[in-house]
Structure formats: structure tokens, C-alpha cells
Design a protein around this ligand. Sequence first.
Ligand SMILES: Cc1cc2nc3c(=O)[nH]c(=O)nc-3n(C[C@H](O)[C@H](O)[C@H](O)COP(=O)(O)OP(=O)(O)OC[C@H]3O[C@@H](n4cnc5c(N)ncnc54)[C@H](O)[C@@H]3O)c2cc1C
Length: 400
Amino acid sequence: MTTPHEKPPVIIVGGGIGGVATALALGRLGLPVQLLEQADQIGAIGYGVQIGPNVMPMLERLGVGEAARQAAYLPEEILLYEMDSGRKLVDIPLRTPQFHARYQGAPYVAIHRVDFHELLLQACRAYPNIDLNQSTQVVGYEHTAGGCGVATADGRFIEGAAVIAADGLRSRLRLQLHPGDSPRDTGYLAHRTIVPMAQAPASIRERRGVTMWTGPGFHVIYYPLRGRSEMNIVVVVRVPPDLDVTDNERYLEHIAALTRRAAPEARDVVQLVNLERRWSIADREPVRRWADGCFTLMGDAAHATLQSLAQGAGMAVEDAVTLAELVQSCGHDFTAAFKRFERARFLRAARVQLESRDLWDIYHCDGARAEVRSQQFEEKSADDFYRCLDWLWQAPPIRT
Ligand SMILES: Cc1cc2nc3c(=O)[nH]c(=O)nc-3n(C[C@H](O)[C@H](O)[C@H](O)COP(=O)(O)OP(=O)(O)OC[C@H]3O[C@@H](n4cnc5c(N)ncnc54)[C@H](O)[C@@H]3O)c2cc1C
């Protein structure tokens, strides 16, 4: 695919947030980049995403900090309530001087994925060396004399200097690197909806932060987007093994039973959600090996996580910036850079995966475990929560 005079491109497989952020990070170094996305449009599923204060410094490095700040909503706090009793268990302020001092002025933001994706794409379009391709499904990678290339479903072989697999949770290229490795299904389903704020009941309309209700095998989370003109809602449900989810009536009865004793606001918010649109929730086991010479995994393909810490997209952006800085400091030696990349990122990504699982269990537990959880949360001050989250919310140093 390249003429002898052209420098072969870095091939990025997947045009999600991870792939597009990586294209931008490498494009800014002046490298030729070819991004290949299987869908007929490079775009995001239209729901919200929370971005912790660790991510804004990365967006600044990508030159999109200002655009992200403008598109973002800044939630006032994270609140967690017990679903049946209505007890407030957690209150983490996000816009106080203490928060700003602790996280060097970087905000916690909520942003529409479409806006986030679009601002990254817009920045990519300013670089003629970034070539964005859709309708291109990759079926495998292969090392070549000059680097690494990919085979596509329509029978082409595209040669590159290196290949970066940003093909998400169900990554085909990860399966090639780690045969037999598959996503870990949790048995939970998520339902996502965005409603115009004007259509939400008053108690929900008044919310200015990230609000969450927790119950056995169930949680609901919602936060405003786009200047509080919209409310993003996610409902997560554990599916009992004997429940056939294709039996819609029984599934809806199950949710009705789960929310029967819920506080009125939690019940109201579930009423707003389209329960027929479903995503099964899965993550990955941490693996140490992401690189294979001048091929590497990144983003969800390397370390897909449950959303309890709201950091999957954030980790993908951190990966993108780290990858580019290592490629530069290794003088464009991709094999060396990718080896250092997996070493630099493994522990942080694995901790996000494993702490997200712990938190997932804490959110959905029952009986005595839930009572202990609630007491432990209530004992914590805002400072205690910041201390627990510092390892994550402080932007990581990039060791080049
Ligand atoms: C309900 C829910 C809520 C979440 N909330 C948050 C949150 O608040 N904050 C946060 O940071 N994260 C959140 N996440 C996680 C976040 O969405 C992901 O971690 C993030 O989108 C991963 O980005 P990615 O680019 O690695 O993968 P993806 O977004 O999955 O992108 C992969 C891309 O690769 C393409 N692709 C796949 N296979 C091929 C192929 N063979 N050839 C070519 N293209 C291919 C796909 O079409 C896709 O466009 C949430 C996830 C869920 C499910």
C-alpha cells in the first residue's frame, strides 16, 4: 500500500476514543498515521462519559484542553444513596477550592461522548499526516520486514511501521496475541438513556452533580450534560441465572421487583429509561503482555474495566499520550517504545480493573455486607475519599 518513497504509517485499528486520541497524539509528532475503523462512520455511541481530573492534563497535552472544557459540564459533587432507605452514604465535592488545590486545578467533567469524540476528530483533521478510514475491518496483524501490517476483511494487506490495536473490549487482535483469552462477562446488563432536562421530574432536574443509588444487584447513576440541558442516565441490573432476558415481560417484572421499595427519586429515574436497549457488562483479566515487537494493544483492548470508577475512556486517553511520548523518546523505535509502554502502564491499568471490580461488588452487595458497606462509607469525610482516589485522580507522571 505504500510506495518506496513514503514512510510507512503507524496503523491504528479502531476509531473509538482510544484510537482517535492515539492518532492525534502521534500525528502531532509528525508521524504518518492511518486509522482503520470497521464501522461506516467514525463516531461514538451517543451517551455521557465522566472524565476524572487525571485526564484533563492529558487533553491539554493533546491540544484539546480548551475545547474539552467548553464542551463539558462540571458536576458539583458525587453523591451515593442507599436505594431503599434513601440514606446518603457518600458526598464528594468536585468544585471546591480544596478539590482544585488537590488536583492542580484540573476539573472533574461530564461530557457527551459525541462531543468528546468530535473534538478529538476535529483536532485530527488539522493534521494532513493523519488518514482516517472507515468501513475497514481488520482481521489480523502480521510482522513484515519493515515493521508490521494488517489484513482486512476485504482481502487487502496494509503495511505499516507499527500497528496499534485500539479495537475495544472484544478486540480481535488481542485474541491473536493471547489465543483463548476472552472478555469476562459479569451477568449484568446496562441501560443507557439521555433525556431532555425539561422532561425530567423536578427532583431529578435539580441535581447538579453525579447522583447514584445503590441496591442489591442494581444501581442507577445520572448526571447532567451540555449545560444541564440533558440528563444522562445509566441503569445497571444483575440478571438472575434463571431469567431469560429475551422474555421482556419477565425482565421488566424483575426490575419492578428490584425497585419496588426504592426511594421515589430512584424509581422516577428508572421510569425515564428505555429498558429495551441493553448492553452486557464485561471486563478483562489484567494481562502483562500488550506488545509483540512493533505491535501493541491499548485502551479497552489492553485493559477493559468495569465502569465503577468511570475511568475506561480516561485510561485510553492516558495510554494515547504515554504511547506518543515514549515513541518520541525512543527515537521512533516502536519495538522499544511499546515494551516500555506496557511496563509504564500495566500496574495503573490493572489497579483500575481490580479496584473497579471491588467497587462493583460493594455497590451491588446485600444483607450484612451492605450494612457494613453503608456504615463504612458514612464514616468517611470528603478528605478520606480524596485520599482513596489520589492514586487515580492525580495525573500520572509520564516516564520517558
Ligand atoms: C455503561 C458504560 C459507562 C461507561 N462510563 C464511562 C465513564 O463515565 N468514564 C470513562 O472513562 N469510561 C466509561 N466507560 C468505558 C469507556 O466507554 C471505554 O473504556 C472506552 O470507550 C474505551 O475506548 P476504546 O477506544 O479503547 O474502545 P472502543 O470505544 O470500544 O472503540 C473500539 C473501536 O474499534 C472498532 N473496532 C473493533 N474491532 C475492529 C476491527 N476488527 N477492525 C476495525 N475496527 C474495529 C470499533 O468499531 C470501535 O469503534 C463506560 C462504559 C460503559 C459500558
